[in-house]
Design a protein around this ligand. Structure first.
Ligand code: NAD
Ligand code: ZN
Ligand code: ZN
Length: 340
């Protein structure tokens, strides 16, 4: 099978021929049909974060495909069933986080495409208990972006406690942001979308954003304040200044939800304003299996639109450059080409 491999941080990925992986106990082998390119994969390939993966590794945590082989003890998945393999590859199931509905905080977790090989490959392994069945009617290409971009932004809006009649600011309308705009609309909010390219701002308006703010030309905080200030700001742009810009537009009692993970990212939080204005700063990491099930349900019900461009895996390095230049409409999804 073919896989795109990070051999060294900051170097182009290498397409390699590898033997099909054998599922161990509790695992399944998935024939990957589609695999999304999340900006996190670029951070992984660059070694951007304090905790680094160990090259060589296969990135990718939006892999979707058909179960091809069952490891020992797997009874609830069937060969031929379509599953998605998210960032949360495995959690312990026993710790306080796992037991309280916060498996995403489990200290024993293994992350797909980071702590184990991921979805930039024709075949991959998944732990059966964390491989999410994809409902009928959702194509692999559409399911892929939902598997991280979808679940992450759906969860970010949940932790922000967004309610109807609130103003929500979505900073960055890329892979994550284009879905965040839609979940905020579904929650009943008025949505202000912020980006730095004309295409992304147009896309945000098409997807239902009520206010679009061009951060190149406008003062984000002032525009939000003119609308009364945001109840929640979801920070998805890979840029420290964008965090500060959007949080300056919060109203009293507002919540800044940090999601993007710029390399060495640091935000200056003014203590006086944070205290006097009762501002909350919240970190939000992906979502649980239940969150992903809800994301798939919404999509199967026709309530969300996934915007993607399908590409061959062999173009992975060009695709990374396009994402870094901000030229992708929303999400690139590798089509592993089994249908052809
Ligand atoms: P992306 O590159 O598709 O989207 C980023 C968007 O931000 C682009 O549309 C870009 O034009 C826009 N942008 C750039 N500068 C801006 C600025 N100054 N103001 C406003 N917008 C600006 O990336 P993505 O795949 O959506 O991922 C975004 C970030 O979220 C990455 O850092 C990724 O690692 C992180 N992430 C976090 C989680 C989590 O669980 N916390 C999950 C997935 C991804
Ligand atoms: Zn991701
Ligand atoms: Zn745990």
């Amino acid at each position: 099978m073919k896989a795109a491999v990070v051999r060294a941080f900051g170097e182009p990925l290498v397409i390699e021929e590898r033997p099909d992986p054998e599922p161990g106990p509790g695992q399944v082998r998935v024939r990957v049909e589609a695999s999304g390119l999340c900006h996190t994969d670029i951070h992984a390939a660059h070694g951007d974060w304090p905790v680094r993966p160990k090259p060589p590794f296969v990135p990718g945590h939006e892999g979707v495909g058909l179960v091809e082989a069952l490891g020992e003890g797997v009874t609830h998945l069937a060969v031929g069933q379509r599953v998605a393999v998210p960032w949360l590859g495995k959690a312990c199931g026993r710790c306080e986080h796992c037991l309280s509905g916060w498996e995403t905080l489990c200290e024993q977790q293994i992350n797909t495409g980071y702590g184990c090989d991921g979805g930039y490959a024709e075949k991959m392994l998944a732990w059966a208990d964390f491989a999410q069945p994809v409902p009928d009617g959702i194509s692999a290409l559409e399911a892929a972006p939902l598997t991280c971009a979808g679940v992450t932004t759906y969860k970010a809006l949940k932790v922000a406690g967004v309610r109807p009649a609130q103003l929500v600011a979505i900073s960055g309308v890329g892979g994550l942001g284009h879905l965040a705009v839609q979940y905020a609309k579904i929650a009943g909010a008025t949505v202000a979308a912020i980006d730095v390219t004309d295409e992304k701002l147009r896309l945000a308006a098409e997807l239902g954003a009520d206010i679009v703010i061009d951060a190149r030309k406008e003062n984000v905080g002032e525009v939000l304040k003119r609308h009364g200030g945001a109840h929640a700001a979801i920070a998805l742009a890979v840029n420290d200044e964008a965090f500060e810009a959007v949080s300056s537009g919060l109203r009293r009692g507002g919540k800044l939800v940090m999601v993007a993970l710029p390399a060495h990212g640091t935000v200056r939080v003014p203590i006086f304003d944070t205290v006097l204005n009762g501002i909350s700063v919240i970190g939000s990491i992906v979502g649980t299996r239940q969150d992903l099930a809800e994301v798939f349900e919404l999509h199967a019900a026709g309530r969300t639109e996934v915007v993607y461009e399908a590409r061959p895996l062999a173009s992975v390095n060009d695709c990374v450059d396009e994402v870094l230049r901000g030229e992708v409409k929303a999400r690139i999804v590798f089509d592993l080409g089994w249908g052809r």
